[in-house]
Ligand binder design. Structure first.
Ligand code: ATP
Ligand code: MG
Length: 446
């Protein structure tokens, strides 16, 4: 069906004239739109407001994908939306949106935005010296709203009453040609909001699209603007980058566009020379994608543990060799430093930092598994994550004396099997318990 429509579309020029495609000219079907989103649009329409499905919802339906969420754009102000729906909440200051609760769904509803030049009121819009939008609450009409969106493929509007797709920026042409193209001047738009660079990479990875040259070229040079973004926003972005099923491709694109250094500077520096560390991260991303496809749980703590592992290990080695610290002491100090440094870039909620540290800590404890220790380790709440981490390290070529296999067998074994595995340890010279040497007393204690 799209084919028929595409024949109508002229090659891209960034226009703002509205092109309207009727139901027989596009493949967006009401059937695939959530009932919550349809209800929100219909109630807004009944109250006399314009309401459209926009963004990923339309884009992914055109590509026959399953949208992650449905966003609505409307001519109603946030206050007007709130009045129409019980259980609607206005959230955000920088960018006000309304969360409308419909049963178990939350439908994000935004009011049409306009250009900043259309307002001189500071409480509606403001911009930093570098051009970054600090506040973006200037309301407008659908045309100005389309121009304020990031990429042409994200600026397609579907009306549920007319079954039409409205296109202001040749977005359908770019969907067909699998292209990520910034609306307007890319450099200005990156200055307004540097996160758009991460979004370009994220959509390219997720959809398998190419980033159009003018949209792509400034990224390398302007990546440093990400340093102006708050660590908490970058944490949210990092979840979208790595926990949405395309982490492997996303990570590669972050490297290719020199963006990793602005999100994870220590990691970016290490992987230049640490091939095994790089492989460990890549394998983590592949495993994460697989788990997501299989509907298995993934935690940001594990991804962080892998991303920061090469930097933590480099620091640990330095402390062991140069400061003569024990591995445990060195690792503790290295973990503290590496996590602390990272917090300046992407926030990591406390509940995750403690898990990262436990996963690392268990890397030193899992080899010490004689006697009752093994059972105790098995009961540790992070055992599974730490064991997976050992397997990962072995998978990328680290020699851990068969530690992963031993633990795999131990978990599967019955009581007798576990005894045999313990005996195996006793027979291995390297695993004999070391006799502690008494510290010589200091002269003052004698
Ligand atoms: P997905 O939900 O699959 O990640 P999406 O395109 O729906 O993709 P959202 O973050 O849900 O992305 O945003 C919804 C829409 O809002 C986008 O499609 C885009 O039109 C607009 N948008 C979001 N973030 C920005 C931004 N930083 N600058 C300009 N427009 C944006
Ligand atoms: Mg969305």
């Amino acid at each position: 069906m799209l084919k028929r429509l595409y024949n109508f579309i002229r090659p891209n020029s960034q226009q703002t004239r509205r092109q309207v495609y009727s139901r027989d000219q596009h493949s967006v079907s009401r059937k695939h739109i959530s009932s919550g989103a349809l209800q929100v649009m219909s109630r807004l329409n009944q109250a006399g407001y314009e309401a459209y499905l926009v963004g990923g919802g339309v884009r992914d339906l055109l590509l026959e994908g399953r949208p992650k969420d449905f966003d609505i754009a409307t001519s109603a102000t946030p206050e007007q939306v709130k009045r129409l729906f019980r259980g609607a909440r206005i959230i955000g200051r920088r960018f006000k949106i309304v969360h409308v609760r419909m049963g178990r769904e939350i439908i994000e509803t935004t009011t049409f935005r306009a250009h900043h030049s259309d307002s001189n009121k500071r409480n509606e819009s403001s911009q930093s010296d570098s051009g970054m939008l600090l506040r973006d609450n200037v309301y407008g009409d659908i045309e100005s709203d389309a121009a304020r969106r990031d990429f042409t493929i994200n600026a397609l509007y579907y009306t549920s009453d007319g079954f039409e797709v409205h296109d202001f920026c040749n977005g359908l042409h770019d969907v067909k040609h699998r292209t990520i193209r910034m609306i307007g001047d890319p450099i200005t738009r990156y200055r307004e909001d540097p996160v758009r660079m991460l979004r370009a990479v994220r959509f390219a990875a997720k959809l398998g699209f190419k980033i159009e040259t003018k949209t792509e070229q400034p990224i390398r040079h302007h990546g440093k603007l990400l340093l102006d973004i708050s660590p908490s926003r970058l944490f949210d972005e990092m979840l979208k980058l790595f926990m949405a099923g395309s982490a492997t491709a996303t990570f590669q694109l972050l490297l290719d566009h020199d963006l990793l250094q602005h999100l994870f500077p220590a990691t970016a520096a290490c992987v230049k020379s640490d091939a095994m560390g790089l492989q460990l991260i890549q394998q983590t991303m592949t495993n994460t994608d697989k788990r997501i496809r299989a509907d298995q749980r993934v935690t940001p703590a594990f991804i962080y543990a892998a991303l920061l592992w090469p930097a933590m290990q480099a620091e640990q080695t330095f402390l062991e060799q140069k400061k003569k610290m024990s591995p445990l002491q060195a690792q503790n100090q290295a973990a503290h430093k590496v996590i602390g440094d990272q917090l300046a870039h992407t926030a990591i909620p406390k509940r995750f930092t403690s898990v990262i540290r436990e996963i690392w800590d268990l890397q030193l404890r899992l080899p010490l598994r004689r006697g009752r220790r093994a059972e105790r380790l098995l009961e540790h709440p992070r055992f599974r994550a730490a064991y997976d981490f050992v397997l990962l390290r072995e998978e990328v070529g680290e020699n851990m004396d068969g530690l992963g296999l031993w633990w795999t067998q131990y978990q599967d074994a019955d009581e007798h099997g576990r005894e045999l595995l313990q005996q195996q340890l006793s027979n291995t010279a390297g695993n004999k318990p070391k006799r502690r040497r008494r510290k010589p007393k200091k002269p003052s204690e004698q």
